[in-house]
Write a protein that binds this ligand. Sequence first.
Ligand SMILES: [Zn+2]
Length: 372
Amino acid sequence: MLAKVKTVAAYMEELAPSTIAMSGDPVGLQLGHPEAEVKKILVALDPGFDAIREAAEAEADMLVTHHPLFYNKIVSLDESNPSGHLAAEALRKGMCIFSAHTNYDIAPRGVNYRLAEALGLPAEQGRVVEVTGSEQLLKLVVFIPAGHEDNIRGALSRAGAGQIGNYSHCTFQVPGTGTFMPGEGTDPYIGSRDRLEKVEEMRMETILPATRKKEVIKALIEAHPYEEVAYDLYPLALEGGSIGLGLQFELETPISMEFILDKCRVTLKAESLRSWDAGKSSFNRVALCGGSGGSLIEPVVRQGAELLISGDFRYHDLKLAQAYDLALVDAGHDATEWPGVVYLHKYLEERLKADRYETGVNLQTSVSPGWK
Ligand SMILES: [Zn+2]
């Protein structure tokens, strides 16, 4: 069975909710019909002619990109201008285009998290530089046969549930009686077919960030002894952890400029690498931002950063950083966002496979050839 455009959009919404995008950013479905079936997806950084060409050659009919196709309001598809030509070309090739832009920058495990991982920084420990909102939280309630509580609590916690501030494994449980009658084709862990069972069970509840839903439910189902796991999941009005632009790290062991430059060269495949070390050779307080980081110079300075790694720094950004003694590494807009694009490919491939769709997923190879 093939996934529909709306299925892919729902997976993307889980990873990078459109509600957290910066205001005015045109994220989501840019071109195409939500009900259309998708044979193959091409994941790319930009919805450019090269991506459309590569998608068409691979018989892909959907592009999932980080940068949107349309930044401004469309009043015509005049093909004498590049964006009109691009949109018309995608339509002629029967291509749908979906973009997750600032919502994927801001998402707790989005572009900056993936950049931190690629640079060998402790991604989980990053603190948001410029807060734009808070994470959506979910409540999970699950019914567990007595004796399995610790095992399931451990699995849920490892997958990211039950974290409140610096307290992990936060759950609440009460005993009760679960009932069920195994029907035809079942292989029950407890009881036998066509007989009403009454089992001593625990109702366990915990919280989780919405972006961890997939991992937590997978861990629950793997750890739970029942063939059919009974659980409820509902949204909370509470505010979760901060989300926003950029990540900053307090490193116990300082990292050297050579280490960062080497990572940018080897792992990010940065082709145009520029740096200013502010007269320092190693750094404990390191900030990063995928894409263009010039606007974060003053926020990271206020938070005590010694080094900012990003892309697209202009001459005046360098002057400002020099005035603050802030070291800069400019690894390029595309190179700093590419780890996020690579993750999108992996994420969609896993989601489609888990739901048994035959829709394929390719990662663009006609740009950034070092990344596969
Ligand atoms: Zn960008």
